[in-house]
Design a protein around this ligand. Sequence first.
Ligand code: HEC
Length: 239
Amino acid sequence: MNKPLLIVSLASLLLVACGKQEEQAQTAPPAQQAESAMNELNDAAANAMSGAKEVMSEAKEAVSETAGSVIAESKEALSDAADNAMAQTDAAVTAAKETAQAATAKTQEAVTAAKETVKEAAEAATKETQQVVTEVAAKAGAVAAATQSVLAKDDALVLANKSGCLACHAVDKKVVGPPWQDVAARYRGKDARTQLVDKVSTGGKGNWTDVTGGVPMPPYSPRVSKENIEKMVDFILSL
Ligand code: HEC
């Protein structure tokens, strides 16, 4: 039962009671009439109260049912939403994992490629460096050899000057004896070292008569050591 209906029924009960009171007022004595009217009013009030209680109890029940179902529905909805959210979170986590794995794979690929590039570059650089080092070493060797031969020539010429040879010899022209270039040319490819060391040590004539007119070379041993004579002969043969 709802509220307006309750009010209407209470009102009609009162109206009926009042009507009866009027009827009784016409027939019964006033004190009796008043008492019966009171009784009827009491009955009506009691009825109304019990009706109201019933309505209240029904309303409570309805409210309780409604609340229960609303709570149940809410719970269900919340549970669904939570499930949904969990599922979405799981999916997001899975997707993130996949993305991370893909990124890791790409990074590894890039690192591998970079390593290879660096290795190749290092190898190329090493090769080039080795080549340069080899070339530089070869050049240094050549320079050292040239320097040594220049020094040896200088030494030999200094020695020849000190020993007095340059009074009768020059490298490229005749003085008294033959030019040393010509001596070198005559003995090139022949094993003349010992013979020439002996000739300078003991002196002599006859080999260059057409150049010298038969003038002899003086002996140099023991005034000049054998070692120094060998040095000078080696120098002459190297010209
Ligand atoms: C006084 C002059 C004179 C002096 C100093 C002199 N030479 Fe000679 N040298 C000659 C003559 C002359 C000949 C040519 C000899 C010949 O015809 O066999 C000659 C020849 C040589 C030959 C070639 C010999 C051969 O048999 O082909 C050599 C090498 C030589 N001299 C080295 C020297 C040396 C080294 C010195 C210094 C240690 C020296 N000479 C000092 C005059 C000299």
